[in-house]
Design a protein around this ligand. Sequence first.
Ligand code: 4AZ
Length: 224
Amino acid sequence: YHVRSEKHDCGGALISRCYVATAAHCFKRSKFLSYVVRGGFELGFRDRPEQVREIENVFIHPFYTFGLQEDDIAVIKLKSCFTITEKLQTICLPKSASQFTNGFQCVASGFGETEDGEASQRLKFVWLPLIDNEACSHESVYGSRITNGMQCAGSMAGVADTCRGDSGGPLSCRDPVTGNWHLWGIVSWGESCGDSNKPGVYTRVERYLPWINCVISSNRNCQN
Ligand code: 4AZ
């Protein structure tokens, strides 16, 4: 899913017909009620599966602090819900903290910056292995900047990565038993893009399940 305004451009993931999960930092400088959410595969082109929805409300995690990267998660409530079709579906939330572990290959997707330094006009995706927090907290990587609410993914050798504009979009992992895709991460930050020892850092969605479920069931922001 694609969230766009004049100044900001972020991804998001449909976690139910009426709610989109994205990054809190996407709302840094924006008037979020003017945002529009669309499901589609090309920018500036209304391809067949696309549906456009306006935002009714944005719930930013109460511990998120602008400028910092912790608790970088927000839930968007849509004014009207999406219609589920073959090409427009919801993604499952994580099942448990240990559902996907170090080395598991997941998929990040978005319209973010490519090698040529410009936003992609087409939705792109890349397979990225999960990196455990111990390895990602190594001093040659990100040190103490990695906290429990984060999940690193990518290669320590670099190259494949997410980048500016992919923020808020999904890091999706497929359960090998059920075949269901789960929203394991949300594109959050990283030092540049594709550099060695600087993998992408994602919001670890599993840690926020109580908050997400509380927001969706109460339609109000929640304290944890
Ligand atoms: C960004 O600024 C951003 N390489 C997103 C992802 C990554 C770096 C920066 C990861 O939105």
